[in-house]
Ligand binder design. Structure first.
Ligand SMILES: [Zn+2]
Length: 70
């Protein structure tokens, strides 16, 4: 098995209208949140920026990650 263990991270949802904030969760858990609550916004960004939905999603995920100095 060469599967890399997903590393838990902190996420602070990038959408200002959203209060979602979780510590030590996996990326897939945050993506689940996006798919549940932000489908419209993701499609909107995808259309406006003329990029695929998957890329818009990726950008949102990366912008929602909270990096902590340790
Ligand atoms: Zn959110």
């Amino acid at each position: 098995m060469h599967k890399i263990q997903p590393k838990p991270m902190n996420f602070n949802c990038v959408f200002t209208s959203c209060n979602y904030k979780r510590n030590d969760i996996e990326e897939k858990e945050f993506i689940k949140h996006l798919k549940e609550l932000h489908v419209d916004e993701i499609l909107d960004i995808s259309n406006k920026e003329n990029i695929p939905v998957s890329m818009a999603e990726m950008i949102i995920v990366s912008n929602s990650k909270v990096f902590i100095n340790s």
